[in-house]
Ligand binder design. Structure first.
Ligand SMILES: *[C@@H]1O[C@H](CO)[C@@H](O)[C@H](O)[C@H]1NC(C)=O
Ligand SMILES: *[C@@H]1O[C@H](CO)[C@@H](O)[C@H](O)[C@H]1NC(C)=O
Ligand SMILES: *[C@@H]1O[C@H](CO)[C@@H](O)[C@H](O)[C@H]1NC(C)=O
Ligand SMILES: *[C@@H]1O[C@H](CO)[C@@H](O)[C@H](O)[C@H]1NC(C)=O
Ligand SMILES: *[C@@H]1O[C@H](CO)[C@@H](O)[C@H](O)[C@H]1NC(C)=O
Ligand SMILES: *[C@@H]1O[C@H](CO)[C@@H](O)[C@H](O)[C@H]1NC(C)=O
Length: 315
């Protein structure tokens, strides 16, 4: 009885420890599926994730929406701008009992395909938005504007997008309507001052809005700079009310990183680096992001080997 009560208390405490803002930008690792298991669960502060798609990741099928919230994204558009595939898929998730409360607009529509952007003219994006996002807004789902790059072109893109959106919705009528949206996702790969000013620029144009930083890291910096930036941004995001949520870009191994070797959560052997462990709410691991295997891992194997040998001795 006492034991059960303790277990129950422990799980409540762990659930309450999760950080409502902190999320996972999930890039699945098909070669090392074990890596995918690190991010959710009792030992993680991460409370939600997105995966650039509108279907939840099989890696997290053990976790109900209330434990590890999935936020669908419409990555880009197809040739048929009025297609409602995204809307239908999100409605399907809701009909199946998944409590979807937030969705994300297009991924880097102001960026070219070769850099990972969805490369959509504002006019086209607005049409696809009206077809897919406006009905979700009417259902009470909170809508994140398209997540533009950190480049200079992102503000003009957003303005043209919203301008087109109003034109489509108003459809020539005298009474003008604006598109519905609830928060602004941003991406950032440079220093802290630049990030704060990028956010400030958006708050100046749309006062009192909520900002989600859905991709960020100090790209291609050495370990010290990467860690300083990591600490500084985490403090800032957790403290400021205008930051709705955030997802660091780094939940992968250093040898598959396109944002630098020292900024990531995992070394080449899939072991948590300091940054990776801190993001989950743990202590520094001392694991060098560039290493192939750490001292700790070797000790782990030795312990296992000794254990096996002693078991064999028993037989
Ligand atoms: C869905 O999630 C929201 C936010 O966590 C919560 O307020 C609401 O009660 C949930 N709805 C259902 C039906 O569980
Ligand atoms: C609509 O978007 C196009 C680019 O796709 C842009 O040239 C035009 O100025 C925009 N319209 C408004 C009203 O912002
Ligand atoms: C639409 O948005 C523009 C730009 O933010 C604003 O000036 C205008 O008042 C809004 N119109 C309506 C009807 O809300
Ligand atoms: C700011 O947002 C809060 C909460 O959404 C709202 O109560 C308040 O009226 C807003 N203030 C302005 C100036 O829009
Ligand atoms: C980052 O924060 C951790 C505590 O979370 C601290 O141990 C570490 O020294 C900090 N590193 C830097 C470079 O600020
Ligand atoms: C650094 O990362 C790149 C990918 O961006 C990779 O090709 C390279 O092997 C990595 N270098 C080291 C020393 O791990």
């Amino acid at each position: 009885m006492a034991f059960l009560a303790l277990v129950a208390m422990a799980s409540v405490a762990l659930a309450a420890d999760r950080n409502d803002k902190r999320g996972l930008c999930f890039v699945p690792n098909p070669d090392h599926p074990g890596d995918n298991k690190l991010w959710a669960g009792e030992n993680s502060d991460i409370s939600w994730y997105y995966n650039y798609q509108d279907t939840p990741s099989p890696a997290f099928s053990d976790f109900p929406q209330s434990d590890f919230e999935f936020v669908p994204m419409m990555w880009g558009v197809t040739e048929d701008l009025d297609a409602t595939t995204f809307l239908d898929n999100v409605k399907g998730l809701i009909d199946d009992g998944r409590n979807i409360t937030h969705v994300l607009g297009f991924n880097e529509p102001d960026g070219p395909f070769e850099w990972g952007g969805s490369d959509i003219p504002p006019k086209d994006a607005a049409r696809a938005w009206v077809a897919n996002f406006e009905p979700l807004g009417e259902m009470g789902v909170k809508l994140g504007l398209p997540g533009c790059t950190g480049g200079w072109g992102s503000m003009p893109w957003l303005r043209e997008f919203l301008g087109n959106c109003s034109e489509i919705l108003s459809d020539g009528r005298d009474e003008k309507k604006n598109c519905t949206w609830d928060f602004i996702p941003v991406h950032w790969y440079d220093n802290f001052e630049g990030l704060a000013s990028h956010i400030g620029e958006r708050l100046a144009e749309w006062p009192n809005t909520s900002i989600w930083i859905t991709e960020y890291a100090y790209a291609h910096k050495d370990l010290k700079e990467a860690q300083e930036f990591f600490n500084q941004t985490l403090d800032y995001f957790d403290k400021e009310d205008f930051v709705g949520r955030y997802t660091y870009f780094g939940a992968f191994r250093s040898d598959s990183s396109n944002v630098g070797n020292d900024t990531v959560f995992l070394n080449k052997a899939g072991e948590l680096t300091d940054i990776g462990s801190w993001y989950l709410g743990g202590e520094a691991t001392g694991v060098d992001p560039r290493s192939a295997a750490s001292h700790q891992a070797v000790t782990g194997w030795l312990t296992l080997a000794c254990f096996t040998i002693s078991l064999l001795g028993l037989l």
